[in-house]
Design a protein around this ligand. Structure first.
Ligand code: ADP
Ligand code: ADP
Length: 224
């Protein structure tokens, strides 16, 4: 689905990582861990073509991201739902309008009402749909961000610290939603510090844990 092949990237001068390779196999469930500043967010942004590899190749659904024009990148990105670390809501719009925004941007607003109701119920925000994002709790914001990420029925979900600001119960709830998406066949990649959440994952989910540190990406499953 998404493949980073010997990719190098650095903000400004020094490289954060070089020759880094990562494959998101269809249907896989992967966590990306590692200390703050290791480059997890940067790596995710490369995966959804928000950043371009400085060296190496990024392939999105079989196509070389470097050779795609802006429209083609936009088309590929519609197949990827992103949950941003800071949620990035428009505070003057309601929760429902924020969640439906990707549909309006894609000129598919007509599909909104039915999908939206179902999605709001799924993330448990039916009652909050008319509220503004600043009125929501941290966990509600994260669930709204997840709903917005999946409204276009993407093949891949990329989440950056989806449980960063929420309590244990809420992080369990968010994890359950992400697992549910994976069981529906979606490919999931989650950057997180929350090792307790990773450990809480039921053994029926075939998850891999990757660790990014000092520019190296390793499989960390065994140390957890
Ligand atoms: P920071 O808060 O500095 O960003 P982390 O929360 O990522 O650091 O890590 C906290 C501690 O857990 C560190 O000692 C780190 O080495 C360890 N750690 C982080 N991720 C993993 C992992 N996947 N497996 C084992 N240990 C880890
Ligand atoms: P993580 O998600 O693991 O905390 P990031 O990818 O956010 O790591 O950041 C990795 C390093 O790159 C950090 O030192 C951060 O300050 C720096 N960085 C991230 N984004 C930018 C940017 N847009 N401009 C300059 N430096 C950045």
């Amino acid at each position: 689905m998404i493949e980073l092949d010997k990719v190098s990237y650095g903000h400004g001068g020094a490289a954060l990582f070089s020759q880094l390779s990562l494959t998101l196999v269809p249907g896989s469930f992967q966590f990306l861990t590692g200390p703050s500043g290791a480059g997890k967010t940067t790596l995710l942004r490369l995966c959804y073509a928000d950043l371009r590899a400085q060296r190496g190749k990024v392939r999105l659904f079989g196509q070389d991201a470097n050779t795609l024009d802006r429209d083609a990148v936009a088309m590929s990105r519609r197949r990827i739902g992103v949950v941003h670390q800071d949620c990035q809501f428009l505070d003057h719009l309601s929760v429902a309008e924020n969640i439906a925004l990707p549909l309006s941007v894609a000129d598919r607003a007509a599909e909104a009402s039915e999908n939206l109701k179902e999605l709001l119920a799924w993330v448990g925000l039916s009652k909050q749909s008319a509220q503004r994002p600043p009125e929501l709790s941290g966990g509600e914001r994260q669930r709204a961000a997840l709903a917005r990420a999946v409204i276009m029925s993407p093949d891949v979900i990329i989440a950056d610290e989806p449980t960063g600001n929420v309590d244990w119960e809420m992080s369990q709830r968010l994890l359950a939603l992400l697992v549910e998406l994976n069981k529906m066949g979606k490919t999931v990649l989650i950057a997180t510090h929350d090792l307790a959440m990773i450990r809480s994952l039921k053994s029926d989910v075939d998850a891999r844990v990757l660790r990014l540190k000092d520019g190296l990406l390793t499989t960390a499953g065994a140390v957890l």
